[in-house]
Design a protein around this ligand. Structure first.
Ligand SMILES: Nc1ncnc2c1ncn2[C@@H]1O[C@H](COP(=O)(O)OP(=O)(O)OP(=O)(O)O)[C@@H](O)[C@H]1O
Ligand SMILES: [Mg+2]
Length: 947
């Protein structure tokens, strides 16, 4: 059953009453139920109470994300909700044409940043600032966002680059468990509290593929290694090796089961963060091989044993402090594991060397018990801090891309959340200072700057008052006097610091500051800072020492002499480094204090943030017990107040989160002039080319304004044009981008159409050319063929003429023979007397008949019917008579061929009645067998029965 805690009542009764009230309100007001309101700007009226009720209703309905204008409110579910972060859901948000229309989610923010990077609109780089109290879900949120980017920014171009991108993304994701193991710890407020700040830069190339990442860390709370508050734990990694080491490793690292370590409080508590295997696996993926891992864990075990090195009071200043009972063993083990000489380690911890005098003489002075403890702690902090920095550098070298391989980035900021413990010291001061800075960035960006800008740009705007945390920041870091400056000054004064003295200095120097207070009931010297998220009481004791963070040079020298390969890397024997460390060890004023270094790194971070488009995710912790389905109204209310959510909603509801300079706007949306309806053409000036012309980038303000007006008139959504910038809401930007995509699509279609037309024309031209070439080639081939035929005909003609002459000759020979016989045997009949004439005619007939006979006998096609006969007659020189049959008395008759009858159509038959060559009937002469040549052919063909 759902449980609801609102400070006044809990359980089902309260819930029943609440839902009844909601139902009643819905019935009376006709408004949507509160849990259905995706955006807090729609809550009516926007007050803390209504906003709180809406968030509560949504939380109880398992809806954890709500838009609040320009920010996203993320409630911590404190229970696994796997379906909320599934890859399918990531893809859905990535593929959505308008992710804003989907349910509020961190993926909407992620997708928005990704699209902004794509759109290349200044500022191109994006940042997501995840803020909230400790335990509100910042680290969880940034982890999910990293997974989201890993899914959406995977390279789809080629299989190879896809593999590379996947490897990079896997490494980036693997950096989380490693950094959390070494940098997170269980605190009173969060079981997995980040004890360092992290800004991760996801680097994208021109195609918006993730090519690498870079991690920047801020101020690790290294004091935790040696000092844990009651009920808190050391960094997770110590518990991981303590609980997860194998038997053989336990021997190697001297971590027998059940061993107790003073720097390992509450080992009996089991957290899900204690999984050693996950860390090992991730380290392996990041390129930290098994021997190096072993080396790291061995050093960490050495630190645990170092913590068991307890000193007793010597009672004599001249004598070094003795060790408590079984501490000797711990020193030996620690020295062994750290690759140090036991005696050397012990001496360094107990004896201080001082260089003094003109000759820089070295004096050795035994330390007091407290000093010994401080030196021991300092040694552990030094090793751990270097180890952490080294890990970060290894991670960076493993995931960082070459500078020329990326062009834009999306930054994810996950810093330690605002903290207030019973005892707060320098660490909390720094953490809360960082949160103040980020809140100021938000205030400056959204609440103040935005409103001021509206006024400057001449937009109609009624000012919304908001809670500005600038006075608090002035108190902490302002100049000339602030808490930081006073603490730093105490460090430089080079005198023994006194907590009471510092308190007095702070009170006197900063008196009258609105955000400063003091807990007069507390016996300890303290001061209270009224942070934007609530008042925090800081103890002044130890502040200056922590700020100095002195590292005795003997310690560094000791570690430089270590035989351990890892410590050799962490503490190289570098003379430059030595000279840097020494002044602080020699009790000189340190040049750089912890606070000044932290302040410088924060300034740097904010500079980076200023160069990006920021997006805010406000994580809210619904209860401090980390319980699901419990909503503590007071706690949430204080968080809402602290982050100025109501003011943000007011300003966002009325304001325009997007502002683009006129030039950038024109450059990006000039093509939207094409959208201008035809009816408005006349009214808003000519656009004869439909916005098609390529103009050079306009520099003239007048031209720019003209163009801007043209674009604004063509737009589908109203925009607010200021003096130098165009202002719009997210939804308007979305519309503009849609319209732009539409125009680009149209352009693409035009280009495609033009290209297709060009291609068709080219193809048609080519086809025509091919036909021409084919025709030319064919005609050439035909001509060539005809020429060949012609040549062949000539050859045949020649052969034919030769043959004809030969035939004529043969015929004349035959006739000559007959004539001679006649003249010698008997007088010739009168009919046969004119032999030479007959011979000539016969020769003519033969000559004419031979081809005709050949042609007509063999031709199946050709001339038919009457034409054929005509041809035959023409060949035979016959008079054209009856078409059916005719007996012709021609020259042949005179020569002895009485008639050649052409039979009716279709039959190629000649009937030769009498041939002068058939002498067997009429006269003696050569026998038919002796007839040769054409005559023989004729005789053969016209034998009865031969058709
Ligand atoms: N979206 C979520 N779904 C499920 N559990 C969550 C979610 N967000 C946070 N939690 C739970 O809340 C715990 C605290 O979250 P997280 O460590 O992210 O807080 P944080 O804001 O980073 O705190 P700190 O400032 O101390 O580092 C997580 O360990 C997890 O158990
Ligand atoms: Mg965290």
């Amino acid at each position: 059953m759902l449980q609801q805690v609102n400070g006044h009542g809990s359980g089902s009764a309260a819930h029943g009453g609440e839902s009844l009230r909601e139902d009643l309100q819905e019935f009376l007001g006709g408004e949507a139920p509160l849990q259905q309101l995706d955006d807090l700007t729609k809550v009516n009226p926007v007050t803390l109470e209504t906003v709180l009720r809406c968030l509560q209703a949504r939380y109880m309905a398992d809806t954890f994300y709500t838009n609040a204008g320009c920010t996203l409110v993320a409630m911590n579910p404190f229970k696994p909700v796997p379906q909320l972060y599934s890859p399918e859901l990531m893809q859905e948000y990535h593929a959505a044409s308008q992710p804003q229309t989907l349910k509020p989610h961190i993926f909407t923010v992620g997708e928005q940043t990704y699209r902004n990077v794509k759109s290349l609109m200044e500022p191109v780089n994006q940042s997501i600032v995840v803020s909230g109290e400790s335990g509100a879900g910042k680290t969880w949120t940034s982890r999910c966002l990293m997974k989201f980017y890993a899914v959406v920014a995977a390279s789809p171009t080629s299989w190879e680059s896809h593999k590379v991108a996947q490897r990079i993304e896997q490494r980036i994701l693997n950096s989380n468990p490693v950094m959390e193991a070494f940098g997170n710890a269980c605190t009173l407020r969060n079981n997995n509290s980040s004890r360092f700040g992290k800004f991760i830069q996801l680097q994208l190339n021109g195609a918006q593929q993730m090519t690498g990442a870079a991690v920047q860390t801020y101020l690790l709370e290294k004091t935790r290694v040696a000092c844990q508050a009651p009920s808190e734990r050391n960094f997770h990694i110590f518990y991981q090796i303590y609980k997860g080491a194998h038997a053989e490793e336990r021997v190697r690292w001297c971590l027998p089961e059940g061993a107790t370590f003073s720097w390992l409080p509450h080992p009996e508590r089991t957290l899900e963060e204690d999984c050693f295997e996950v860390t090992r696996e991730a380290m392996l993926h990041l390129g930290i091989d098994a021997p190096t891992q072993n080396n790291i864990f061995q050093a960490l075990a050495g630190l645990l044993h170092l913590g068991n090195t307890q000193f007793a009071d010597s009672g004599n200043e001249a004598q070094p402090c003795p060790l408590v009972d079984d501490a000797q063993c711990s020193v030996g083990t620690s020295a062994l594991l750290l690759g140090l000489l036991e005696d050397h380690l012990l001496e360094t911890l107990r004896i201080r060397t001082i260089q003094a005098g003109r000759g820089r003489q070295v004096f050795r002075k035994p330390c007091s018990q407290a000093e010994c403890d401080t030196r021991r702690d300092c040694l552990a902090k030094l090793v751990y801090a270097r180890l952490f920095d080294w890990l970060v550098s290894v991670i960076n070298s493993s995931i960082c891309a070459a500078p020329d391989s990326w062009t834009t980035f999306i930054g994810l900021l996950d810093v330690y959340g605002f903290e207030s413990f019973p005892n707060n010291s320098l660490e909390q001061l720094c953490i809360n200072y960082a949160n103040e800075k980020l809140q100021q960035h938000f205030v400056a960006h959204y609440l103040r700057a935005q409103q001021e800008e509206y006024a400057v740009e001449g937009l109609e705007w009624s000012f919304v008052s908001y809670q500005d945390n600038q006075p608090c920041l002035d108190l902490i870091e302002g100049s000339p006097v602030s808490i930081c400056s006073l603490i730093n000054e105490e460090c430089r004064l080079n005198r023994p610091s006194s907590a009471a003295q510092l308190q007095t200095r702070i009170e006197s120097a900063l008196t009258g500051r609105p955000r400063l207070g003091r807990d007069r009931l507390s016996p300890e010297p303290n001061f209270i800072v009224l942070h934007y998220a609530g008042p925090v009481r800081y103890r002044t004791a130890g502040l200056v020492e922590k700020n100095k963070d002195p590292v005795p040079p003997e310690l560094t020298r000791l570690l430089q002499q270590s035989q351990d390969p890892l410590l050799k890397v962490l503490f190289p024997a570098d003379p430059e480094e030595k000279s840097q460390e020494e002044p602080s060890g020699q009790n000189r004023a340190p040049v750089l204090t912890v606070v000044s270094k932290f302040k410088a790194s924060l300034e740097q971070l904010l500079q980076v943030l200023h160069g990006t488009t920021p997006h805010y995710i406000r994580c809210i912790k619904p209860n401090s017990q980390a319980q699901a389905q419990i909503f503590h109204r007071e706690e949430v209310l204080s968080q809402l107040e602290a982050c100025g959510l109501v003011e943000t909603i007011h300003i966002s509801a009325a304001g325009f989160p997007i502002r683009v300079s006129h030039r950038n706007f024109v450059e990006r949306y000039e093509l939207l002039r094409r959208l201008r309806p035809a009816t408005t053409l006349g009214r808003h000036g000519p656009c004869p080319d439909g916005g098609r012309s390529e103009r050079p980038p306009c520099t003239e303000p007048a031209t720019l304004r003209g163009l801007l007006q043209e674009i604004l008139h063509a737009l589908p959504a109203p925009l607010h044009c200021g003096r130098t910038k165009v202002f719009m809401t997210d939804s308007t930007l979305e519309l503009l981008e849609c319209a732009r995509a539409q125009v680009l699509e149209q352009c693409a279609r035009h280009i495609q159409r033009g290209w297709r037309r060009h291609r068709c024309r080219t193809q048609a031209r080519r086809r025509r050319a091919a036909v021409l070439i084919q025709a030319a080639v064919r005609s050439w081939l035909a001509r060539k063929h005809v020429r060949r035929l012609h040549a062949a005909a000539t050859v045949i003609k020649r052969a034919w003429r030769e043959w004809r002459i030969r035939m004529a000759f043969l015929a004349s020979e035959e006739l000559d023979g007959v004539e001679e016989k006649h003249s010698s045997q008997a007088p010739c009949s009168p009919s046969s007397s004119p032999l030479p004439l007959a011979q000539t005619r016969l020769q003519g007939a033969i000559t004419r008949l031979w081809p005709l006979g050949l042609a007509l006998a063999n031709a199946a096609v050709g001339v038919h019917g009457f034409q054929r006969k005509l041809v035959v007659f023409a060949c035979l020189q016959l008079p054209v008579g009856s078409p059916r049959s005719c007996a012709i008395q021609t020259a042949q008759e005179q020569a002895g061929v009485l008639s050649i009858r052409a039979l009716p159509q279709g039959s190629i038959r000649f009937h030769c009645r009498k041939s002068p060559l058939r002498y067997a009937d009429t006269c003696p002469g050569p026998s038919p067998d002796s007839v040769t040549g054409f005559n023989q052919i004729l005789l053969e063909r016209h034998r009865p029965g031969h058709v």
